[in-house]
Design a protein around this ligand. Structure first.
Ligand SMILES: Cc1ncc(COP(=O)(O)O)c(C=O)c1O
Length: 406
């Protein structure tokens, strides 16, 4: 949510005369590193570019395989292709929907070089298991924390977990904190840090701001390699700083709304609510429920849309996209679960009253559905037909119970 604090910070940056990569970005980097407890951080124009330069910084050989979850945003996979790496989609944990460490083990080959876990919706991947696999097989780890600003894993902020080379955050418009658009890489390795700073700025040895000393400007620099134009600008940095001031409030508010949803939805048998795994403090970026199998998720979404409630699906499995079809694998949990997920509205400007309105609409749709089903399966007088109806409904009940135990 943008308040007068962000507008004022952006206005001051605009009036300062320094719009590009400058002092506000530097300050945002320093404060974000302190926030997550990392030694360094590098601000970028987006999380996509953060992932891009992080992959590039590792200098992996062409064709190296990267293990990533099947359900995530396209940036995780298209940045791999861009860097001539091969996405190896792994199955997901049916509860958190994050990458399943067992599936990582199953998909390891001699070419595996990197694991790219994603903290989906702000819920945390099983990082202890993932780091253990990485250490055993000599693999690197880059975490995608686009959804997980402010999350903690066993008491440690995401962004500074030992065993992870780099963690990438997103400050895109809808994220936990936003700069309009922006990203950040946090890390502890000085050599990688210096490399990332060059990679985000077209391989230039020292950025423009670094070349200004006491009102004098040194025009000279060296280009030491190919890079991207991927740095954050100072207006975005100023907005990020103002958001960082408010981050405890933002996190509290999102949690309060999520807990309100859970209180009112958990008693509904047809809806499975997201849970917080013990020893983690998840960030509530999105509130994603799973509808029970045999419930038409899309019909519920359409009904809510007619009531003015926008829902979404984050995400269809990446290998369903034409770009990535050739990387498709047999991932049974992914295929069963993705048809059931529905993202309900969750943003700071919402109130608990809004949550109740949404819950009420869901209940109403379910009640209408029950009535329709009840009228369709009303007792039939003909005894021959009656037998076939009861066996059909027995079959449905079994299928339901089986799928529920997923
Ligand atoms: C999991 C995940 N990773 C990466 C990104 C890319 O972030 P950005 O929009 O900042 O490039 C997103 C964007 O939504 C995302 O959801």
């Amino acid at each position: 949510m943008i308040t007068s604090k962000e507008t004022q910070a952006a206005a001051e940056a605009l009036k300062s005369g320094w719009l590009g990569l400058g002092p506000r970005v530097r300050e945002f980097e320093t404060r974000f590193a302190a926030f997550v407890g990392s030694a360094y951080s590098v601000a970028t124009s987006s999380c996509t570019s953060a992932l891009d330069i992080s992959l590039r910084a590792l200098d992996l050989p062409d064709g190296a395989e990267v293990l990533l979850p099947s359900i995530t945003f396209i940036s995780c996979a298209d940045r791999l292709l861009k860097n001539r790496l091969v996405p190896v989609f792994c199955d997901i944990d049916p509860v958190s929907l994050c990458i399943d460490p067992q599936s990582i083990e199953q998909h390891l080959t001699e070419k595996s070089k990197l694991i790219l876990p994603v903290h989906l919706y702000g819920g945390l991947a099983k990082m202890r298991d993932i780091h253990e696999i990485a250490e055993r097989h000599d693999l690197m780890v880059i975490e995608d924390a686009a959804h997980a600003t402010g999350a903690k894993y066993h008491g440690r902020p995401v962004g500074s977990l030992a065993g992870t080379a780099m963690t990438c955050f997103s400050f895109e418009a809808k994220k936990i904190i936003t700069c309009g658009d922006g990203g950040m890489v946090t890390l502890n390795d000085e050599e990688l840090f210096n490399k990332l700073r060059r990679l985000r700025n077209q391989g230039i040895s020292a950025d423009t701001f670094a070349r200004v000393k006491r009102r004098t400007y040194n025009w000279d620099y060296d280009v030491v390699g190919l890079g991207e134009r991927a740095y954050m600008n100072d207006v975005a940095g100023a907005i990020g700083l103002a958001q960082l001031d408010r981050v405890p409030h933002i996190i509290r508010k999102r949690r309060q709304l999520a807990e309100c949803y859970t209180r009112h939805l958990q008693a509904i048998d047809e809806i499975e609510v997201p849970i917080e795994v013990s020893d983690t403090d998840r960030a509530w970026w999105a509130y994603v429920v799973k509808v029970r199998p045999r419930l038409d998720r899309d019909a519920l979404s359409r009904y809510l849309a007619r009531k003015g409630i926008a829902t979404s699906v984050h995400y269809k499995p990446l290998y369903h996209h034409p770009l990535l079809r050739e990387y498709r694998r047999d991932l049974p949990v992914t295929e069963r679960v993705w048809l059931r997920i529905l993202t309900l509205p969750l943003f700071c400007a919402m109130t608990e009253r809004d949550v109740l309105t949404i819950v009420k609409s869901i209940k109403k749709w379910l009640a209408q559905r029950h009535r329709r089903h009840a009228s369709r399966s009303a007792p039939i007088q003909n005894p021959h037909q009656a037998g076939s109806v009861s066996s059909a409904s027995r079959g449905m009940a079994c299928g339901y119970a089986h799928a529920r135990s997923l």
